[in-house]
Structure formats: structure tokens, C-alpha cells
Design a binder for this molecule. Sequence first.
Ligand code: ATP
Ligand code: ATP
Lengths: 218, 218
Amino acid sequence: MKRFGVIGLGNFGFYIAKTLSEEKHEVVAIDTNQAKVQKVSEFVDMAVVGDATDIELLKRLGLAEAEAVIVSTGDEIQYSILITMFLKELGCNNVVAKATSEEHARVLEKVGADRVIIPEKEMAEKSAKSLATPNMIDFVPLSEDYIVAEISPGSEMLHRSLSEVQLRTRYNVQLLAIKEVIPDKLIFVPSPDYKFKDSDILLVLGRKEDVEKLRRNA
Amino acid sequence: MKRFGVIGLGNFGFYIAKTLSEEKHEVVAIDTNQAKVQKVSEFVDMAVVGDATDIELLKRLGLAEAEAVIVSTGDEIQYSILITMFLKELGCNNVVAKATSEEHARVLEKVGADRVIIPEKEMAEKSAKSLATPNMIDFVPLSEDYIVAEISPGSEMLHRSLSEVQLRTRYNVQLLAIKEVIPDKLIFVPSPDYKFKDSDILLVLGRKEDVEKLRRNA
Ligand SMILES: Nc1ncnc2c1ncn2[C@@H]1O[C@H](COP(=O)(O)OP(=O)(O)OP(=O)(O)O)[C@@H](O)[C@H]1O
Ligand SMILES: Nc1ncnc2c1ncn2[C@@H]1O[C@H](COP(=O)(O)OP(=O)(O)OP(=O)(O)O)[C@@H](O)[C@H]1O
């Protein structure tokens, strides 16, 4: 069980506080707005109405010893900048700051933020990539060019067996698992005779361009 | 090459338009604000200053035939609600709408949005999960309880070989690959003699609770 601080309870701060509480961690939440503090008080351990630019308040709440403190105080960038700087000066090991623009992100990094997130930007890039490649349902970038992706079998693969399709030799892509949808089950080491259905979801691993080629050609 | 519409060029709309253009798709971007339209005009195919609640404009721009249209017009929810409804009435197959709250999301679904995103909520949940389980760097949920996760080797695993650690028999977890950091390379089928280093990142597949157990005990 770890202590986390969440400063600023807009959407981002609210859901971070909620998720960390659901994961059974100790959450200290701060906002100047009483109604917002009220909303989280039912699930966080300590809900404080206060101004987080008050360095004494940050100290009193033990945020220097927290596992991480999330700073998400919105568009007026001077507040998240000051709060981030104060937390780092107090010795907090992991300050995660939400930025509203690239410029804001740069200043936050300069004052010591360990991680800066622009939620709309990261979700936009993720959504655009999945819109642009419609049967690549989701992907996790592993290193420069390898990805794990979920793809649906193309016309070349449907009703053919795994051994016929030869993903590794022909496409240089490794099949990790097959998610069958009806009934819902995951097959880890599919038999070479397994025949692909159009409701299957294939979990594959390979270089980004190889997975793209498989998706286009198969 | 597919056509996409992006309506509303705040952070989310801006980065979706930019990423889709980088992926070489045709992007039609609309906003009432000239400066925002100016910002995207260097990379989208068509940058239009206009009010997207004008159904004739939506028709003229061919958005009914687009692969998908992203509606991200901000806090005044009436606009994204109307625009979403109009696009569905025109026959657009995939309307992705950005919502600012759960209530806003419900209305958007009722008027036909195919997908509703609350970027801050999704990023907050993702960030909270990775903060809460610090050596589970990222995970992709595959089905009810299976996940693909990146974990760092625990004290039980360091400097021991893969065959000694016996991930499958002892932990019921499948090792998919090892990401070595120096130099940066990915090993797909590690030899049984491979010895784990503390800079390694292990890509594993297994039931969520088994991966958690491995992370805690190993
Ligand atoms: N100095 C401060 N101390 C504590 N809380 C603050 C301070 N300054 C701003 N806040 C709070 O931070 C919150 C920021 O939320 P707001 O919705 O304005 O911004 P946001 O970060 O864009 O939100 P979202 O996460 O929804 O995108 C507000 O609830 C505000 O009261
Ligand atoms: N009827 C409309 N037609 C076209 N554009 C519109 C319309 N209504 C609002 N917009 C535009 O939508 C954009 C919404 O961006 P804004 O930054 O206000 O909201 P947001 O969705 O919260 O942004 P972010 O993606 O940064 O979180 C603005 O640029 C605004 O001009």
C-alpha cells in the first residue's frame, strides 16, 4: 500500500484519484474547490480543501514521502509549475505533471517533473493510429520498431490453417495467441491445424512494418 | 488512403489531424476559429473555417463518405451532440466523439456516436495503473483476465537463468520476449541459459493475477 498525492481534481485528477483508490492505495487529494474535494472524499483517504502552492501544506500532508504526486491543476500553468518545483525541492521522488501544451510541458520538465503527460495528445495519437489501421485493434510499442498488435485475419487467412499461412516464414511475424470470441477464450499455443475464423482476434508480435504488411496482404 | 474528418481543433482534434496526416491519410479539418484552422493547414488536405452545425457544410465536404469523423468541439456539449447526430443522419459510418463528462458521453451515445472518448479519463486510468504497479510498465488487456505486460526482473530472478526461474511451471506465465536495453534489442525466443539482468524488460503473457504474483514474488 503506497501513498499518492493528487493535486487538482479536474477530470484527469479525479480519475487518477479514483483508480488509485480502487487499486487499494492511500490517496491524499487536494483542490481549492470544495465541491470537487467533496466528490472524491468518499473514496480517497484524505480529501483536503487547500491551495497547493502553499509549501507548508505540501510538507504537512507528507507529500515529500509519497510514492508519486500527480499535479493536474489546469490551464493556468503557473500553478502546476510552482507546485511541481516545490514538490521536487521537498524531495518528492516522482512528480507526474499534466500539461496543456508542448510549451507548458517544457517548463514542467525544466522545474523537475519526472513525467509530463498531455492526455489529449496521447489519446489522440493512440486513437488516430487505431482509426488509420482499422483491423489493427490496439498496439503496444515495445522498442523502436517492434509492436504487439491485435489484428483480424484477412481474406488470405480465413478458413486456412496456421501451418498453411506460415506467419513466421512468410511474414516474419510471431503469433502469440488467438482470442476466440464465441465462446470467449484465449489460445496460447495454437495447434498447427487451427483454422482462422473471421471472429478471431490474433495477437501478433513483430516489426511494425511486418505487422502492417501482414495486415494489408493477408 | 482514407478520408477522415476532424471537427474542433483543440488539443485532441489538433493531434488527431496531425497523426492521421502523418499516416498519409486525407484529412478534412473544420473549426470556427481561424487561427486554429491556420495551425493545421500546413499538414491537412483541407482546412475549413466554418460552423460544423451547418449540415449543408458537412454534406458539401463529403463527410458522409468519410472513413470516420472525429468530433471534438469542447465543453459546450450542445455542439458535439448536434454535429454527431447530423453526421449519423447523413450516413457517416464511424463517428468518434470526445466527451467532457460521463453525462455528455451518454447523450453522445444516444444520438448515435460509434465511439465516445474521455481522453483525460482514459489516460488517468492508464497512468494510475502504471503508477500503482511500478514494475509493470504497461499492459494490454486481452480478454477478461489475461494480460500482456512488461515487467522488470525481481530479486529472485536477477542473475539466474531462464531455465532455473521456470516461469511457466512455477508461475503459469509465458515469457514472450526480453527487451535488452543496452544495446537496445528484442530477443524473441530466449535460450534457456539466458541470465536476467536488472536492465532487462520482460514481456510476459498470463492471467492478471499470475502476472501480479510473479511481479510480487520474483
Ligand atoms: N493552487 C491550486 N491548488 C489546488 N488546486 C488547484 C490549484 N489551482 C487549480 N486547482 C484545481 O485544479 C483543478 C484543475 O481542473 P480543470 O478542470 O480546471 O483543469 P484541467 O486540468 O484542464 O482538467 P481536466 O483534467 O478535466 O482536463 C481545478 O479543480 C482547480 O480548482
Ligand atoms: N460548431 C462548431 N464548429 C466548428 N468548430 C467548433 C464548433 N464549436 C466549437 N468548435 C471548436 O472546437 C474547438 C474545441 O476546443 P477546446 O479547446 O475548446 O475544447 P476541448 O475539446 O476541451 O479541447 P482539448 O482537445 O484541448 O481538450 C475550438 O477550437 C472551437 O473553436
